[in-house]
Design a protein around this ligand. Structure first.
Ligand SMILES: [Zn+2]
Length: 45
């Protein structure tokens, strides 16, 4: 059985505080909820 959630999420690590931040598809998380650091540079590879 293969269950696929409609909401795709992934986790990135905040470059500033090192905590995991959940990124949801379609929702742009620009700031770290923990330390308010800019995540735009961390989200791209
Ligand atoms: Zn942070």
């Amino acid at each position: 059985m293969c269950f696929r959630p409609t909401a795709i999420s992934r986790k990135i690590k905040c470059p500033s505080c090192g905590k995991e931040v959940t990124i949801f598809e379609g929702i742009k998380q620009k700031k770290c909820p923990h330390c308010k650091a800019d995540l735009e540079t961390a989200g791209q590879k």
